[in-house]
Design a protein around this ligand. Structure first.
Ligand code: ADP
Length: 481
């Protein structure tokens, strides 16, 4: 169990004060067993306004500190996350379901954003521009945007928070966060560690409760200058609409429909491994998960066979068991969507090469599934499945597969495997996506800009570009020189 019970706290942090959950709090359950983990407070608009007010006050002092000072506190927060990685991973697995090893991977990945932006805090450089008149000088400075609101999803209960809080706090902003109601304890544990690291009171609030009420108060606030959201395109559009009246800056990480292309000249074993990482990580529940796997005709059958054989050897089970590779899905809605996509595909002529059914473990466990004979007319071609289903489409030419890959409203991640360098450049440039993995199924890292185009969202997280999202550019014109 946890060796620091303080990390699993049934309370929210609002403007520097902890609010304990009562009997009427929101229940949080383990998706693997259905067991009650605990409760969190059911907060709304009023508490959100309190948090925003406290953030506004705390931000002024925070922004006035040196970048080095802010950096040191963030670095301590990072160190505490790493020291407590096992505890944080266990909390994450309990509420989210992913296997412990994967959860620990997420904690270290999440922590890496705090580390990276602790370093970047000191490199928010401005510019001096040659003047337009003999007596004038032009200077550009970058200043923190102010109070930032963040809303995060359940699939990465830790990393989706740090990827936003790291750059925001490093830049000198304050943050008011609403984590997903399925996975609030990971967010709360982060707040506990932030306090221990010495983050000033009120600078970082974690509000649990009604998404609509909290989101509504965030978007209505004049004080909140930026909203950063990761979640569904549907909710992202609604938040964008709600933010219009106060002309907020927005960062939106929304849905994807990632193509994963295997060309005839690919290293097939590598491509199978990449497909498993990209398609089945977090049991298919990530926005960069391969959703459509396009395989060139010459290697189609061999790829289908190898992929099915590898998947059949990997264990489905409770994430807390050591040898589990695939955990449960987050809830019954997720199971229904997976079943629906399989039924739609088989109804239109696809075959099941592996799985296809709810798992005998019951609950929200589902068999890893491979479908062959999949075509663009099926629902899996258009919508994100967000589950353990690998649909294999067959193609012949580069032009054909690029056209099929781009035939979607989404533009987040894409992947392809080839050993031909010229093809790698050509296809890489033609894919309409914010991110392209070439001969790899794993592209996310603190050093690189994560984000999408089209309906997949706005803005980039991570990398040196990530901190730019949390500053305003100001131009000082010096005259009379
Ligand atoms: P997912 O498909 O990942 O559950 P959602 O977009 O439904 O994506 O949820 C992502 C986050 O957005 C969660 O924290 C959820 O509580 C929040 N959310 C959902 N609906 C709203 C809304 N109307 N206003 C503000 N936040 C919302």
């Amino acid at each position: 169990m946890l060796n620091d019970s303080q990390l699993l706290r049934e309370a929210a942090l609002v403007g520097g004060a902890w609010i304990e959950a009562g009997e009427d709090g929101i229940e949080v359950r383990n998706p693997a067993s259905g067991d009650l983990i605990g409760r969190v407070p059911n907060l709304g608009a009023e508490e959100t306004q309190t948090a925003i007010k406290a953030a506004e006050a705390a931000q002024i002092d925070w922004a006035a500190r040196t970048a080095k000072d802010r950096s040191a506190i963030l670095r301590r927060w990072y160190d505490l996350m790493v020291e407590n990685a096992d505890n944080l991973a266990r909390i994450l697995t309990m509420e989210q379901g992913k296997p412990l090893a994967e959860a620990k991977g997420e904690i270290l990945y999440g922590a890496s954003f705090i580390e990276w932006f602790a370093e970047e805090a000191r490199r928010v450089y401005g510019d001096v521009i040659p003047g337009h008149a003999p007596d004038k000088r032009i200077v550009v400075i970058k200043q923190p945007i102010g109070v930032v609101a963040a809303i995060t999803p359940w699939n990465f209960p830790n990393a989706m928070i740090t990827r936003k809080a790291g750059p925001a706090l490093a830049a000198g902003c304050a943050m008011v966060l609403k984590p997903a109601s399925q996975t609030p304890f990971s967010a709360i544990a982060l707040a506990v560690l932030a306090e221990r690291a010495g983050l000033p009171k009120g600078l970082f609030s974690v509000l649990t409760g009604s998404a609509r009420a909290i989101g509504g108060a965030m978007t209505a606030s004049d004080t909140v200058r930026k909203l950063t959201f990761t979640g569904s395109t549907e909710v992202g559009i609604e938040l964008m609409r709600q933010s219009a009246d106060t002309v907020k800056k927005l960062a939106l990480e929304l849905g994807g429909n990632a193509p994963f292309i295997v060309f005839d000249d690919a290293d097939l074993d590598e491509a199978v491994e990449g497909a498993i990482i990209s398609k089945f990580r977090n049991n298919g529940q990530t926005c960069v998960c391969a959703n459509r796997i396009y395989v060139q005709a010459g290697v189609y059958d061999a790829f289908a066979q190898k992929l099915s054989a590898r998947l059949a050897s990997l264990k489905v089970g409770d994430g807390l068991d050591n040898d589990t590779v695939f955990g449960p899905l987050i809830d019954q809605n997720a199971v229904a969507k997976v079943a629906e996509h399989i039924a739609d595909a088989t109804g239109k002529g696809a075959q099941i090469a592996l799985g296809g059914q709810p798992h005998s473990l019951g609950g929200t466990f589902f068999q890893p599934t491979v479908l062959t004979g999949v075509t663009q007319e099926m629902a899996v071609a258009r919508e994100e499945t967000f589950g353990p289903v690998a649909p294999l489409f067959k193609f012949d030419t580069d032009d054909e597969v690029v056209a099929m890959s781009n035939d979607t409203e989404f533009g987040l991640a894409s992947y392809f495997y080839t050993r031909d360098l010229a093809r790698a450049w050509r296809v890489g440039e033609r894919l309409e996506y914010g991110m392209v993995g070439i001969n790899t199924g794993l592209i996310s890292t603190a050093e690189a800009p994560f984000g999408g185009i089209k309906s997949s969202g706005l803005g980039r997280e991570g990398s040196r570009y990530g901190i730019e999202e949390f500053v305003e550019i100001k131009y000082l014109c010096f005259g009379g020189i």
